[in-house]
Design a protein around this ligand. Structure first.
Ligand SMILES: NC(=O)C1=CN([C@@H]2O[C@H](COP(=O)(O)OP(=O)(O)OC[C@H]3O[C@@H](n4cnc5c(N)ncnc54)[C@H](O)[C@@H]3O)[C@@H](O)[C@H]2O)C=CC1
Ligand SMILES: O=C(CO)COP(=O)(O)O
Length: 339
């Protein structure tokens, strides 16, 4: 199936950037958003609220009417925060064209249900799993909007669907790879945000590159442990959606998760750090669901656990550092696990 017209639900930083990616790949794009002011900005070719300074192509239009946005769309990209996916997809479902495919771009787990975004979208839309794909990778929106080259992963049970979507969003600065490991991509995307909060905090406390490299490496270990226990492909975690996204998110002040940790490491409270964030900080929202999921499957996730203690249980950043360093060493045959 050739996709030439898409709807993008969500007019935040990533939704607007992804609409530009699609437009620069030759599609016409109809965006839907709940804020009339942001819709007007997009129709005047700059989303001054979420993506100031970036000219948007004329092939992007925006509306507050979901039916108008979805009319004729062969692909529906869902780019709202995780907490809004169920409601947004549920409202969109009756209006989605018969053969259209759904693409989810949010990264996190739904609190309470501990469900991945793909699963939430499947439940809310009642579409078969093979018509819902997931996009995840090292995709800091601001860099992509500035047309810095990057790659990503489009994962779907149905490889033909993933390939159609990959062809639709491939442009000179955005290169998609195709995978069937939907679960692995989703677990990688949800968990790296939590690790980024810890790494930002370490940086904010003045710790250096060795600490960062340690936390990235051990973060990847705990992410991979959870993913593979749940049935994901271990290879996903050494690819773009795994280590690729982890490194990007844990190394850039453009990341909201990393920046939140950074501010807290420098002394801000959680509330102060959240108030300064330009958008949703999924690592704070997903930390507890990720830990609950890990505990339900008896998977050890010490860095995630330390973040949960800070963002939900009132521990200080200093206590978080102590929690990680004071962990007893575990002997696993000839190996010593330090974190
Ligand atoms: N910004 C980035 O670089 C990237 C973000 N993501 C993920 O994409 C998702 C969205 O992120 P951003 O666009 O950056 O967030 P954002 O905070 O910049 O924008 C969120 C958008 O969703 C809308 N929204 C929130 N609740 C809503 C609801 N109940 N109904 C309808 N619209 C609602 C807001 O009005 C806003 O337009 C998150 O899960 C994020 O982790 C993934 C990759 C890159
Ligand atoms: O997912 C992202 C990059 O791939 C964006 O990360 P933040 O939500 O931390 O900005």
């Amino acid at each position: 199936m050739e996709i030439t017209h898409a709807a993008v639900l969500g007019t935040g930083a990533w939704g607007t950037t992804f609409a530009k990616v699609l437009a620069d790949a030759g599609l016409t794009v109809s965006m839907w958003g709940r804020s009339a002011g942001v819709v007007d900005f997009i129709n005047s070719h700059e989303n001054s609220t979420y993506l100031p300074g970036i000219d948007l192509p004329g092939s992007i239009s925006a509306t507050g009417d979901l039916g108008v946005a979805l009319d004729g769309a062969q692909m529906v990209a869902v780019v709202v925060p995780v907490a809004a996916v169920r409601e947004t997809v549920g409202r969109a479902a009756p209006l989605i064209e018969d053969d259209a495919v759904l693409l989810t771009l949010a990264k996190g787990l739904e609190p309470g249900s501990l469900t991945t975004v793909h699963e939430v979208a499947r439940e809310a839309s009642e579409l078969p799993a093979g018509r819902i794909a997931v996009l995840s990778g090292p995709n800091l929106s601001r860099e992509i909007a500035a047309e810095n080259p990057t790659a990503t992963v489009i994962a779907c049970q149905d490889t033909e669907v993933a390939t159609s979507i990959a062809l639709a969003c491939h442009n000179p600065y955005f290169r998609p790879y195709v995978s069937q490991d939907v679960l692995g991509c989703e677990i990688a995307g949800a968990t790296k945000n939590v690790i980024a909060v810890a790494i930002g905090a370490a940086e904010g406390m003045g710790l250096g590159m060795n600490t960062r490299a340690t936390l990235i490496t051990r973060g990847l270990a705990e992410i991979t442990r959870l993913g593979t226990t749940l049935g994901a492909d271990p290879g996903t975690f050494s690819g773009l959606a795994g280590v690729g996204d982890l490194v990007a998110t844990c190394s850039s002040k453009l990341s909201r998760n990393y920046s939140l940790g950074l501010r807290m490491g420098r002394g801000a409270s959680l509330e102060e750090a959240l108030a300064l964030s330009p958008g949703v900080v999924e690592g704070v929202r997903s930390a507890k669901p990720v830990l609950d999921l890990a505990r339900a499957h008896e998977v050890d996730m010490p860095i995630t656990e330390a973040v949960v203690r800070v963002v939900h249980e009132g521990a200080t950043i200093q206590e978080m550092g102590e929690m990680l360093l004071a962990r007893p060493q575990k002997m696993d045959g000839w190996r010593i696990e330090l974190l």
